[in-house]
Design a protein around this ligand. Sequence first.
Ligand code: SF4
Length: 451
Amino acid sequence: MSQLRAAAAAAGGLRRSGPRAAPLARRSRKGASLHKAPAPAPPYSRHLFSDPAEIEALRGDLLAWYDRCKRDLPWRTRAATEPDADRRAYAVWVSEIMLQQTQVATVIDYYNRWMQKWPTLQALAQASLEEVNELWAGLGYYSRGKRLQEAAKKVVSELAARMPRTAEDLQKLLPGVGRYTAGAIASISYGQATGVVDGNVIRVLCRLRCIGADSSSPAVIDRLWDMANALVDRNRPGDFNQALMELGATVCVPKAPLCGECPVKQHCRARLRKLLGKPTPVPDVEDCGAGGCPLCPPAAEPWDSSLGVTNFPRKAAKKQARVARAATCVLERRGCHRAPEYLIVQRPSSGLLAGLWEFPSLPQAQDLQEEKQREALAEHLQAWIGQPVVAGDLQLIGEVVHIFSHIHQTYVVYSLSVDGDVTLDPASSPSRWVTEEEFHASAVSTAMKKV
Ligand code: SF4
């Protein structure tokens, strides 16, 4: 057997040949023999992990690597050392919510400050939304902090401060906790043998098993969940899940994966495909039928040898971000001791950047002329400060672009200085004058800090 062929066999690309297992035979009461045909393998069976020995080997290889190489992170320390199950689950929960769409390096400082301020569910349940927003400012996706606090209140008031003990109950009972977060909390905090699927896991599994169909499609996601649940180590589920995610974050990275250092390379079909320079052997017609496999790359987008293992995963083209434009004004007055102060106003309690503070801003049509934009903004400011604002006094400073996850936002920035005592209209949404230092300590978005 050539080296590559041996590698193919080790990676599960080749099935052992030999007679098929005899169909199960049962005998009826009357003595007639009843033959039950085995259920036909699904068309995607070639992509699954079906060999128990291979699953066992993969678990062992991955966990041994994780024990040697895992990053030292504050939430891991808490999960490993906190004896109280509720506190442990809370600590994992906070980390999982913060890590959604956010880099580990960014989260560490926020996590430490959060846990110092609210070390328990009870402490968080007593916090105000304003405090939560202030601590969350700059982390993005602000509804996460709000939902976390709402859920903590619910656990304290309706569940006697006891965290649900299974992934199913966590997902069912806690607002903002989806399947992934529930699986992560249950496996890491309670040792429930349940898998997780996040962006890192999707990438690793798609490469391990050459899954090239749209990885954001429900059909593929369902199969990945099945796979994650089948693979998860029964004795160390939390470590196994973290190891799989750690592999995706540090070795099997999106653009230039370090296959040579990968602890599971011998199980990786994408790597094998790259080494062979042709599709991995398909020894049986029931494997991945010709063109009918829902997990294979679409026929119109075959393997691109210049991409190697990064042929996987594949996603349908992203929807174009919505383009939005707003005029905003940095309104300045002289406060105590003639120190400059700036007007900030609070956004509505729902929708984008809910409850955060910003300079008075007004959405604008894309093609609105500058003069009209200025007039509309002057009118808007007038409503806030209760005194006439002359459009011509607004000084155009420039434009600031900020990309939210689905919005390409441009702020057209103006400034204006006002004299005397400006009384804010209490009937309007909350507003206040702040110094520059107070502005940075307030619950303001990164976009406003750029402004
Ligand atoms: Fe990812 Fe390469 Fe490891 Fe395969 S061998 S899992 S592509 S890092």
